[in-house]
Ligand binder design. Structure first.
Ligand code: COA
Length: 261
């Protein structure tokens, strides 16, 4: 793995745990942190030993408390576009990551931190987690995809409410509105995240990848075209060893042993 100052990667079997570690600033995203997250996901993308990724923040106070306000304060209208684009590119790469990515959110997930969690495929929160998009209170808007992804996840009305008020949402409300899949005690967050993600990674890796591909493509495409694409992927999967193994295992009343091919 490349030289990293703010991001750690650990492995647990075929899961990679990526930790943003800048605790003195509540893991806030300066340009270097964003760059390192991008580097890590780029390396993990082509690593065949990785079947799923957990993204989390160091310590129990914050997942990520937002983009670095000290850095943002110095931007002008030209560099501002670039800051937004750089973050969007990295977050988009996470969203389009070919293996499942789960955000394990303990503590604050604010601004860019909330947007980072939104770019992941799934989210798990600790009881003390807090989500919010406080940008308008700083005179800006969410610039890492938050104005698009929050509405897709929790619906237009709630997204507008949260974006315009900048209110923080506690974990139980985040669960109620579908922002997270489950809420667990802080001390179990990582173990629960691993168990949760393994419910996905025990399935056929190519099928999981194609399911993500179809779901996200469907968001950006007219229904007819999206359905055609789904059918193509469905047909493509019929040519995989994983499909043969999955169905054979069912018929033989045993667990499948997927090879990802
Ligand atoms: N950017 C830069 N620094 C940040 C930061 C951010 N988004 N969030 C927290 N920090 C820094 C604080 O400045 C402080 O640094 P210091 O000790 O050098 O002064 C340190 O992290 C600890 O934060 P602090 O504010 O003292 O903790 P707290 O428990 O009192 O409050 C928050 C926690 C999350 C409520 C508060 O830090 C906060 O509001 N952060 C900004 C959240 C935000 O607006 N994010 C969106 C940015 S677009």
């Amino acid at each position: 793995m490349a030289d990293l100052e703010y991001v750690r990667v650990e492995w647990d079997g075929d899961l990679a745990v990526v930790t943003v570690d800048r605790q003195e600033k509540l893991n806030a995203l300066n340009a270097e942190v964003v760059r390192e997250i991008g580097t890590v996901f780029e390396e993990l993308r082509t690593d065949d030993d990785v079947r799923g990724v957990i993204l989390t923040g160091a310590g129990d106070k914050a997942f990520v408390a937002g983009a670095d306000i000290g850095e943002l304060a110095t931007m002008n209208s030209v560099s501002g576009v670039q800051v937004s684009r750089d973050g969007q590119d990295v977050f988009r790469a996470i969203e389009r990551f070919p293996k499942p990515v789960l955000a394990a959110v303990g503590g604050y997930a604010l601004g860019g931190g909330c947007e980072l969690a939104l770019a992941c495929h799934m989210r798990l929160a600790s009881e003390g987690a807090r989500f919010g998009l406080p940008e308008v209170g700083l005179g800006i808007i969410p610039g890492y995809g938050g104005t698009i992804r929050l509405a897709r996840l929790v619906g237009l009305g709630r997204a507008i409410e949260l974006t315009l008020t900048g209110d923080m949402v506690k974990a139980d409300r985040a669960l109620d509105i579908g922002l997270v899949s489950a809420v667990v005690p802080q001390e179990n967050l990582l173990d629960e995240a691993k168990a949760f993600l393994r419910k996905v990674t025990k399935n056929g890796p190519v099928a999981v990848r194609m399911a993500l591909e179809s779901i996200y493509r469907g968001l950006d495409t007219a229904t007819g075209e999206a359905l055609d694409y789904e059918s193509s992927l469905f047909g493509l999967l019929a040519s995989t060893d994983d499909m043969k193994e999955g169905m054979q295992a069912f018929l033989e009343k045993r667990k499948p042993d997927f090879k990802g091919s």
